[in-house]
Design a protein around this ligand. Structure first.
Ligand SMILES: CC(C)(COP(=O)(O)OP(=O)(O)OC[C@H]1O[C@@H](n2cnc3c(N)ncnc32)[C@H](O)[C@@H]1OP(=O)(O)O)[C@@H](O)C(=O)NCCC(=O)NCCS
Length: 224
């Protein structure tokens, strides 16, 4: 089934025509879009029983959701903003991408592959630009003597209110606790279970503890 939905101009996107291009091949797929502000959105599904949900009050600009295989769930919570560019890619089967309400993304790529693997991002998160989050390495590394795979997919869990600065990579098996910040250019390979830390570097390590953050610029030199 090929469907093309054209929407009227909406002020937030600043473009004259908004298009959600849905290319769905398979059976039992559902796409529920609660009327997002949208510009250049593509949803491509090849497979069966997949579900894409976008809750109300979202802004989707230059967003591509690409699903191959069966039983995937992609859920974008209320009031999320994808400001510049996003690719959400799901392969194999029964993957999940879940994004909590009011999270913001500059530009990001989220990839799930391998059966049952997931990326969960909490509420009120802030992702800057050029960020890659993946729960699978996509290819296999094998133990040379046993032939067994040593790099299986592992879920990624980013809690509520986490700020991921520009140019970061978050790899399989990583959990990041609430109120934390990932510093620019970091490569996060391990989990950080304590709330309110700054993780920085390659590989990411804790460089500050007992912090929180605010998207507002509070001008420190004017503080008492
Ligand atoms: C995360 C960040 C905000 C932390 O700032 P901060 O709290 O002032 O931290 P500091 O600069 O004092 O650095 C603290 C320590 O972490 C290290 N560090 C900070 N950023 C780092 C980075 N990106 N990579 C590696 N180490 C880093 C510092 O060298 C310092 O180490 P030291 O204690 O051994 O001297 C800042 O590093 C950052 O990433 N800024 C970019 C934000 C961004 O991308 N904005 C785009 C719009 S969302």
């Amino acid at each position: 089934m090929l469907r093309m939905i054209r929407r009227g101009c909406r002020a937030l996107c600043g473009a004259s025509c908004h298009t959600i291009d849905q290319r769905i091949n398979g059976t039992g797929n559902t796409v529920q879009l609660a009327n997002p502000e949208s510009k250049n959105v593509k949803i491509a599904i090849t497979g069966d029983n997949n579900r894409v949900t976008v809750e109300p009050d979202c802004v989707l600009k230059n967003v591509s959701i690409s699903i191959q295989g069966n039983g995937h769930v992609c859920h974008i919570g209320k009031g999320c903003i994808f400001e510049e560019y996003a690719e959400l890619c799901m392969e194999d089967q029964d993957g999940r991408i879940e994004i909590g309400d009011r999270s913001y993304f500059g530009s990001v790529k989220l990839s799930t592959a391998e059966p049952g693997s997931s990326i969960r991002i909490g509420q009120a998160c802030l992702f800057a630009y050029d960020i890659d989050v993946r729960c699978s390495d996509a290819h296999s590394i094998l133990d040379a003597s046993t032939g067994k795979r040593i790099n299986p997919a592992r879920d990624v869990n980013i809690a509520d209110h986490v700020w991921v600065a520009a140019h970061c990579i978050i790899l399989k098996g990583v959990s990041i606790a609430t109120h934390s910040v990932v510093a620019a250019g970091s490569v996060v390979t391990k989990s950080f279970e304590d709330d309110g830390v700054v993780i920085a570097g390659n590989p990411g390590r804790v460089v500050r503890e007992n912090i929180t953050w605010d998207a507002k610029r509070i001008i420190a030199r004017d503080s008492p």
